[in-house]
Design a protein around this ligand. Structure first.
Ligand SMILES: Cc1cc2nc3c(=O)[nH]c(=O)nc-3n(C[C@H](O)[C@H](O)[C@H](O)COP(=O)(O)OP(=O)(O)OC[C@H]3O[C@@H](n4cnc5c(N)ncnc54)[C@H](O)[C@@H]3O)c2cc1C
Length: 458
């Protein structure tokens, strides 16, 4: 098994040539910091609204080498969250967000088609299934409406994918899978063709007001622009004003060698994305070249919200993911795991992403996808572009724009508390899957986030 921080997708896609770093003092209309989906979609929507706009993207490493190029490739909307969204934001705003998110799932597929980017996009819907009696009435049930979200019996679920662990659950229509790195690299290439100036190896190290705008500095240069967009994902917590707006954990993934015969035996023909109903969920899907990709959101917490190290590759977590894969699909016994990797997750205390205006600067930051950013980054990118251009667009009134601030506890309480809670959740959910129950102390610690109004896991 190849433990490789870049994972299968980036290896399969083949990284494009590195772009030169920023040098000297530059001017632009908008400077976008971060070359993942959020930054790249923002740049795309900026140029789609105003062709000829001078857009600079600064990327610390290489565009698409962060989580955007190595995630599970689930493109999901907000249909499962709709009942909670209605409570949080009111009926009309919740419906508007869910509708925009549904449109986004299709818009990404349409973009790939129009731009000739073969990102393996496939709209097969998502199965969200219980894998233990304790999960049988779990996430998604309240969202069943007979059209966007359908209830599934265990038999229906197993007819779509014959895993012995599947219990009842739901089917969400508006969901797709794609090849994350092919999408990220395709976006980067199409942006270059449209005239965006992208600098790689260009970490932003500071930002300050400048006449009629803002200036963003790197080690080798600076960009002065009217507006800045910060799309830093897990690194957002390194910005002083946003330090207490998120925590960072990790998710890890394994990918098999091609196993088309196993997929055939499972009857998994529809390209469905599948996740379980755990708080620290498992997620799995097939690939166009006949592999099974399987991930788990149960990685460790990062102290001080600092990504890197075990966030990228944690061998203990990978061993667990591999064991869980075989529990889901015993038919894979004896088959090779070709790749294993991980990456940081920007966990928001509300479980929802947010766009926040930075006080005293013409700058916006987007963060908090909590492991669900592939679809949402397109919607937030469109919104960031409208905000940066000061344009009216209905999306700028959606509830993720400047929501009431929610904070996580300060360090060192945050990482210690979150690690304790995560360990309790892991024990509780493992006990439930083995047909038992967690001890009362474990159950109480696992329930702590909800008691404090924090929605940090599913
Ligand atoms: C293993 C894994 C599986 C996942 N699976 C799914 C999934 O199936 N579906 C889903 O919806 N979501 C999934 N996610 C989450 C999803 O990948 C992210 O939410 C999404 O990619 C966020 O995009 P982004 O552009 O905001 O962040 P990123 O892709 O992290 O991009 C941010 C970029 O900013 C750069 N950067 C940081 N600091 C600086 C700086 N100071 N200066 C310049 N550049 C900087 C980074 O190098 C990085 O390239 C998964 C995540 C992981 C780790």
């Amino acid at each position: 098994m190849l433990h490789d921080a870049h994972g299968f997708w980036i290896a399969e896609a083949g990284s494009p040539e590195v772009l030169p770093a920023l040098a000297g003092e530059q001017r632009a209309d908008v400077v976008v910091v971060g070359g993942g989906y959020t930054g790249l979609w923002t740049a795309w929507h900026l140029l789609a609204s105003e062709p000829g706009l001078d857009v600079v993207v600064l990327e610390a490493g290489r565009c698409g080498h962060g989580p955007s190029g190595r995630n599970g490739g689930f493109v999901t909307g907000m249909d499962l969250a709709l009942p909670a969204l209605r409570r949080e934001s009111g009926h009309a705003a919740a419906e508007a967000w869910a509708a925009a998110a549904r449109e986004t799932v299709d818009a990404i597929g349409a973009w790939c088609e129009e731009e000739g980017v073969d990102a393996w996009y496939r709209k097969g819907g998502e199965l969200v299934l219980s894998t233990a009696a304790a999960q049988d009435s779990g996430p998604g049930e309240a969202a069943v409406d007979g059209s966007a979200v359908l209830a599934l019996t265990a038999e229906h679920a197993r007819a779509r994918c014959d895993s012995p662990v599947f219990h009842p659950g739901v089917f969400v229509r508006a969901a797709a899978t794609l090849h994350p790195a092919r999408l990220a690299f395709g976006l980067r290439e199409r942006l270059l063709a449209r005239g965006a100036r992208i600098f790689e190896g260009s970490r932003a190290t500071g930002m300050r007001p400048a006449p009629e705008g803002v200036s963003v500095r790197t080690a080798s240069g600076s960009v002065r622009a009217r507006t800045a967009v910060l799309a830093l994902n897990a690194s957002t917590g390194l910005l002083a004003p946003l330090r207490n707006r998120l925590t960072v954990s990790s998710s890890h993934v394994v990918c098999t060698e091609p196993v088309p015969d196993v997929i055939e035996r499972l009857g998994w023909h529809g390209g469905e994305a599948i996740s379980d109903r755990r708080a620290l969920l498992h997620y799995t899907r097939t690939t166009r070249d006949g592999r099974i990709v399987f991930g788990w959101a149960g990685g460790r917490m990062a102290a001080g919200a600092r990504p890197g190290g075990r966030m990228e590759l944690d061998h203990r977590v990978i061993a667990q993911v591999r064991a869980d894969l075989l529990r889901f699909f015993p038919q894979l016994a004896g088959r090779r795991i070709a790749h294993a990797w991980g990456g940081p997750i920007d966990v928001s205390p509300t479980h929802r992403p947010a766009i926040v205006g930075l006080r005293g600067l013409p700058a916006w930051a987007a963060f908090g996808y909590t492991g669900n950013g592939v679809g949402p980054a397109h919607l937030l990118g469109r919104t960031l572009a409208a905000l940066a251009l000061d344009r009216r667009d209905p999306v700028t009134r959606l509830p993720f724009v400047d929501p009431p601030p929610r904070h996580v506890p300060p360090e060192p309480l945050r990482v210690a508390g979150a690690a304790l809670i995560r360990r309790a959740l892991v024990r509780k959910e493992a006990a439930e899957e083995a047909g038992g129950r967690a001890d009362p102390v474990t159950a109480a610690v696992a329930a702590a986030p909800r008691l404090f109004g924090l929605h940090i896991v599913r």
